[in-house]
Ligand binder design. Sequence first.
Ligand code: ADP
Ligand code: MG
Length: 159
Amino acid sequence: MKGQFYAKDEAAMLEFGQVLFTAMQAQGVVFLQGDLGLGKTTLCRGVIWAAGHKGAVKSPTYTLVEPYEFASSVIYHFDLYRLADPEELEYLGIRDYFSSSMLSLIEWPDKGKGCLPVADIEIELSIKELGRLLTYRSGTEKGALAVVQIEQLLAAVVK
Ligand code: ADP
Ligand code: MG
C-alpha cells in the first residue's frame, strides 16, 4: 500500500505527524528517508506532540536516540546520521527498542541497515514547490492498515 501527501508548509507537516500517530496507534516502526533539511524532524515533532509531549523535539544527532515517555506508551526518536557502523546499534541495546508496544521513528535508517527491524511504514520526503512531498508505503500488514487509516484521516482533514 502506498500514498502521497503534499505538505505545503511546516504546519501541514505537523498535521501529517498527528495523522501518522493516530494511524500507527502509538506502536510500530517508521522510517524517514530524505536529505538534510527536508523536514524529517519536523514530522517527528508532529508525531511526538500528537502523543502529548509539550516541549522541544530536536534531532538526537549526537545521542542517536531520544525517548519520550507517556502514561501508556513510549516513542523513540532516532537520528542515525552520525552512526559510523550499523553494528554500533547493538551497543545501544537496539533490540530493547523494538521489543513491544512502542513507536520508533527513525531518521537515516540506511545508516543502520541490517540491524533494524522491517519498517511498518517508510516515508520519503522530497522538495515540491515551496513545501514537501511525502511518499509513504507500507512494509508490513500493520503498515498497510495504517496507510488505509492515513488516507481516511487525510480525507477528513483536507476538506
Ligand atoms: P531534517 O530533519 O530532515 O533535516 P527539519 O525537520 O530539521 O529537517 O526541517 C528543516 C527545515 O524544513 C525547517 O526549517 C522546517 O521548518 C522546514 N520544513 C519542514 N516541513 C516543511 C514543509 N512541509 N514545507 C516547507 N518547509 C518545511
Ligand atoms: Mg533531522
